[in-house]
Design a protein around this ligand. Structure first.
Ligand SMILES: Cc1cc2nc3c(=O)[nH]c(=O)nc-3n(C[C@H](O)[C@H](O)[C@H](O)COP(=O)(O)O)c2cc1C
Length: 162
């Protein structure tokens, strides 16, 4: 039987959501959006400034309760925007609160070209999982453009390889 997959993601300005929905559609798999209990400011610059010290252990906000049973899935495709060179605090909370031991984790990140230590932090938070096939997806710096820098073909090839 084929491995059961789910795409889990967080998004603030929708880049990661667009990619996550594309993956779920192409692989015909489940999808779960992670959301903070306390919403982020609508003002982009406020959020950028607030998270400048997005250090690995410091920020773990409460997130909305997950209403899927993760034990059903063999593979978790996890998408995070890059915030100050690493995963967002919401993704960090998810990885800390859920035991993903024995599962395969396929991380993808969306960013404006500065991936930093994003995949390293995911690996260190999932020591008992197999973390592989990571994909870095770059958008232009002005998030309002919603414009990819990474070629759509490259993204499709990656999705088809999963
Ligand atoms: C708080 C904050 C910090 C960011 N830090 C980085 C960064 O370190 N490197 C980078 O390339 N882009 C950075 N960006 C840009 C986002 O990673 C990029 O626009 C991403 O695709 C947004 O995903 P989303 O639309 O799913 O929220 C940052 C954006 C925000 C809001």
């Amino acid at each position: 039987m084929e491995n059961k997959k789910i795409v889990v993601f967080h998004t603030y300005t929708n880049h990661t959501k667009i990619i996550a929905q594309n993956i779920a559609k192409k692989l015909n798999c489940d999808i779960l959006e992670l959301k903070p209990v306390e919403e982020y400011s609508k003002d982009y610059q406020t959020v950028v400034d607030e998270y400048q010290n997005n250090e690995s252990d410091k920020k773990t906000p409460k997130i909305e309760k997950i209403n899927v049973d993760l034990s059903k899935y063999d593979e978790i495709i996890i998408g995070s925007p890059v915030w100050w060179y690493t995963i967002t605090p919401v993704v960090r909370t998810f990885l800390k609160e859920n035991d993903l031991s024995g599962k395969t984790i396929i991380p993808f990140a969306t960013n404006a070209g500065w991936l930093g230590r994003t995949f390293k932090e995911i690996k260190s938070l999932c020591p008992n999982s197999t973390v592989k096939n990571e994909m870095n997806i770059v958008f232009t710096e002005d998030y309002r453009e919603n414009q990819l820098v990474t070629s759509p073909d490259e993204i499709d090839n990656w999705i088809n390889s999963l």
